[in-house]
Structures are given as C-alpha cells and as structure tokens.
Design a protein around this ligand. Structure first.
Ligand code: ROI
Length: 162
C-alpha cells in the first residue's frame, strides 16, 4: 500500500460542497482507503485575480493503485463533478492534485510528483501541516516545517466548520 497526499481545490458552484462530495467519491473507490482530512481553508486565487476565492484542503489516503491509475480515478471524479478545463489557471469546480506519492519522485508526461507548485503554495503547505509534523520530508524539497516557514500565510484562513 502507498501513502499518498492529495490536494483539493475549488472556486465554483459551492466550493465547500464540491470538496466534501469529492472526498465521498474518493472513499467509494475500492482500492483507496481514506486516512485523514485536513481543515478546510479559504484563500485568494493564485494567478489571475478575476476569479472567486478558493476553498482548499489536503487528504491522506492509502492505496494499492499505481500513480497513473490513481490519477485516472481522480480525473474521473473531477469530470463527474463538472470540471471543464478551460484556460490555464482559471476558475474550476474541482481540482484534485497528487501532491505526494509515498517518497517517490515521478516525472512522466502526465504527472510531476512531488507536485511542482508545492513550495510556493500556502494553500497546500498549511493544510498538509494539519496531517503530518514539521519534520516530515518532502522528496527533493526538504522538511515541511522549513517550507512552511518560508511561505507567507497571506490571505489563507482556516474555516471554523469542518
Ligand atoms: N489558487 C488558490 N488559492 N487555490 C487553488 O487551489 C488554486 N488552484 C489553481 C490556481 C489557478 C493556480 N490558483 C489557485 O489551479
């Protein structure tokens, strides 16, 4: 079994419900066991500013699926929840990113793991910090605590309701 962290993001069509529905869909995949869910956070968009704020979270799963088969399952869920791929860095109903896949480094046509944006994305690092401790090692990038220390919290806010 592989321990995997997945980043969830949405800024359209009731983002909090989108994330919760995605977690329910992920739980229904046979080869996936849900281990933990971070808090839910709101944040200003990274990239074009003419789009709504995002809700983000990170989940930890345990899975027997190879990385690309896992990606297939996640993309199915994105599509079922109405994801339409339009402009790069534009608004989206649901984004499911494989952030970490065990301690593997993957660079294939479809996948870059650890996810390429991790160290600049407070909406990934802070939720991840809800699930693992500061000494947790991100392959090739160092300890989570050090990445968090050099990534300003800015507008990121933890929602009170989970
Ligand atoms: N900005 C925030 N705050 N959260 C996201 O999940 C997110 N996802 C994206 C881009 C458009 C880069 N901006 C984001 O894909």
């Amino acid at each position: 079994m592989n321990n995997v962290f997945i980043g969830l993001g949405s800024n359209l069509d009731n983002p909090l419900s989108q994330l919760k529905a995605a977690i329910e869909h992920i739980k229904q995949v046979n080869a996936i066991k849900l281990v933990a869910v971070s808090g839910f956070y709101s944040s200003a968009p990274m990239g074009p500013q003419d789009q709504p704020d995002y809700i983000n979270a990170v989940i930890e799963i345990s899975t027997s699926l190879e990385a690309e088969l896992l990606l297939d399952e996640l993309q199915k869920i994105e599509n079922e929840q109405g994801r339409v791929r339009k402009e790069r860095w534009g608004a989206r109903t649901l984004d499911l990113d494989i952030l970490l896949y065990g301690d593997e480094v993957i660079t294939s046509k479809r996948l870059t793991v650890p996810h390429s944006g991790i160290s600049e994305r407070n909406f990934v690092l802070y939720p991840l910090q809800d699930l693992v401790d500061a000494n947790f090692k991100i392959p090739g990038l160092g300890k989570l605590g050090e990445l968090v220390a050099s990534c300003p919290v800015e507008s990121l806010k933890r929602l009170s309701e989970n």
